[in-house]
Write a protein that binds this ligand. Structure first.
Ligand code: ADP
Ligand code: MG
Length: 230
């Protein structure tokens, strides 16, 4: 496990539009996430949570401020290097797992390994077993439940051994039991494999799995909310 800080946002501001129509999605945000940490970000709709993941995930450049992923300043990279860094160091999980309809579960995990050099990748079948999905390895997305699809989506994001995992509302479509299982899985992967994980969520029932809870409001990343006991 690397001990370099996985994600640093230093005085990051992101605005959309200009003049009177300017929307400040991120307002002077500071954040550091260490390897092995699961950090939750909570806050109302429109407060900037997805913008935080987009900037931290090298999908969007900030208007001002510095973003570093595993020590690399993203501002120093051109578009091509940014794409490579995203592919090599960052995993994404979205609310609906965004699996490819034609592929079996195990092939969803094999696909990312066909891009770029991947000597250190995790074994797809072993990883599927770790997320409790080995018995569903040959099923396609339409044959899986929402929770099962989310497990496959998480495994797909982890197969390349990212240093940073960014997760947007992973339990929004799941019942209480499935939500606990999914966030418990994210916590275990963070703690056992050292992947720094930032999870945006509306779901206060899952926060006890997290190492830190941060609250966003109007683009400002503020209060460190105590992690509730289960
Ligand atoms: P959250 O994920 O917390 O709901 P977002 O990060 O999606 O919040 O949005 C933060 C603010 O930025 C909102 O006011 C939203 O309308 C605005 N916003 C996000 N993306 C864009 C965009 N591409 N163009 C204009 N405004 C945007
Ligand atoms: Mg959002």
């Amino acid at each position: 496990m690397s001990h370099e800080t996985a994600l640093v946002l230093d005085a990051v501001t992101l605005t959309h539009g200009d003049g009177e129509d300017t929307v400040t999605a991120l307002d002077d945000v500071h954040l550091s996430v260490e390897p092995g940490e699961l950090v939750a970000v909570v806050g109302p709709s429109g407060s900037g949570k997805s913008s935080l993941l987009a900037v931290g995930g090298a999908l969007v450049r900030p208007t001002r401020g510095t973003v570093r992923v595993a020590g690399t300043d993203l501002g120093d990279l051109d578009a091509r290097r940014l794409t490579r860094l995203r592919r090599d160091l960052i995993g994404f999980v979205f609310q609906s797992a965004n699996l490819l309809p034609a592929l079996t579960a195990v092939d969803q995990l094999r696909l990312p390994l066909t891009f770029g050099r991947r000597q250190d990748a995790r074994d797809p079948a072993t990883l599927l077993a770790e997320v409790g999905m080995s018995h569903r390895a040959t099923k396609r997305p339409h044959q899986l439940s929402g929770g099962e699809r989310q497990r496959v989506g998480i495994a797909r994001a982890l197969v390349t051994r990212p240093r940073l995992l960014l997760v947007d509302e992973p339990t929004a479509a799941l019942d209480r039991q499935r939500s606990q299982e999914i966030v418990g899985l994210l916590a275990r992967e963070a703690h056992e494999h050292g992947v720094a994980t930032v999870m945006v969520t509306h779901d206060h029932d899952v926060l006890h799995h997290c190492d830190r809870v941060l609250e966003m409001a109007d683009g400002i990343l503020g209060t460190h909310v105590p992690v509730p006991r289960p």
